[in-house]
Write a protein that binds this ligand. Sequence first.
Ligand SMILES: CC(C)[C@H](C(=O)O)[C@@H](O)C(=O)O
Ligand code: SF4
Length: 465
Amino acid sequence: MTHLAPPAGAPRTLYDKLWDAHAIAQGGDGQTLLYIDRHLLHEVSTPQSFAMLREDGLAVHRPATQLAVADHSVPTRHRDQPFADPMAAAQVALLERNCADFGIEYLALAGEGQGIVHVISPDQGFTLPGITLVCGDSHTSTHGAFGALAFGVGASECGIVMATQALWQERARRMRVTFTGALTPGVSAKDMALAFIGTVGAAGATGFAVEFAGDAVRALSMEGRMTLCNMVIEAGSRTGLVAPDDTTFAYLQGRPRAPHGPDWDAAVRYWRSLPSDADAVFDAEVTIAADAIAPQITYGTSPGQVMRVDGIVPDAGAAKALAYMGLEAGAPIDGLPIDHVFIGSCTNGRIEDLRAAAAIARNGQVAPGVRALVVPGSMAVKRQAEAERLDALFLAAGFEWRAPGCSLCVAMNDDRLPAGARCASTSNRNFEGRQGAGARTHLVSPAMAAAAALAGRIVDVRTLA
Ligand SMILES: CC(C)[C@H](C(=O)O)[C@@H](O)C(=O)O
Ligand code: SF4
């Protein structure tokens, strides 16, 4: 299906403004050739992209628009020693060599710029409002929190972007998700993301670019907005958006790769023109009352299988998922024993997430028999947390304090859970085996994860004093 642009002169959404500003050509098949401003690379999705360039004898068109980092397979401890896993070592070495060969900046594993690709780019001001940004990774939607048109692409598209700085794409339909009112204590952006997925379903936003709006979204920090946009892919959408505003500009000002001086002023003037026009029309509208959202937790093996922590496990055709998860329909989830906790990922590995977890962790000790990992999303986040003494706080409470990477979000490094383990995790996917074959994942907010670590069971964070 082709989704036509709004007629000339008609009010436009943020998505349409971004699209129109980057359209180079219109194809006969309804596709648009889009100019791509920036490209992020990681070690897992790019080997084939570079191989393509080599085979076709192509160079990288604008190397300065590309930024690479290793995150998925990197170990999160003993980083001064050789990798235990030779495959992971080879993957990282290949990215390093490919970047050197093609003139792309690579943020070294031992350097201060390293971290999860979706955390480092905003950290450094490489992600900006008004740009198009792609990465061979489905959670590229994270960057839409800045009012950037950002989406995940495949390995061959990464190669095309490197060689041509452009991609053929089909315009999506537009969905607006309005969170009315204000969040209540103990409820965070992660709960909004999970509540959204629970409302529309795991495929409910397929084919849509989702703009998040409403008072509760405007009240979110950039960290919270990133958490929200990060998870749209779990509802089937490739693109999440929040209109840029003073919160966005305050976050970006002074970051190393953001514009400076007169360039900054000119950029802000342009960015202020981007929000959706007042009477712009969306193809779908969803309204969620933020004040009615309780802390959320997934009970199944898809992020759409999500419930309130104070509810009972539903019996909605999820028999296979419940069997895998070792849960029974009709039982409360509050009080369910857990043995692992993971605080990190591109969903919840930013400083605000670590602060939220630390605010709970400071009240106790990790329960006996529970292993709890805190994995900062980037070196910058790690350094900031250490400056605030959060590392000491976590360690004193019995948590492990690691080096940045994807870690237990995807278990592609040596952080992996044993079969039958049950984990309260701040990541974004609870698929079968995601944290290790046979391991069970419950997606929750950082505060809920920390509370579970101390209690040794799922607990409604609102009931803690
Ligand atoms: C490995 C990578 C391509 C993958 C993705 O596309 O998202 C990973 O980051 C994930 O979260 O599953
Ligand atoms: S932290 Fe998880 S979701 Fe994010 S990029 Fe890494 S593996 Fe993917």
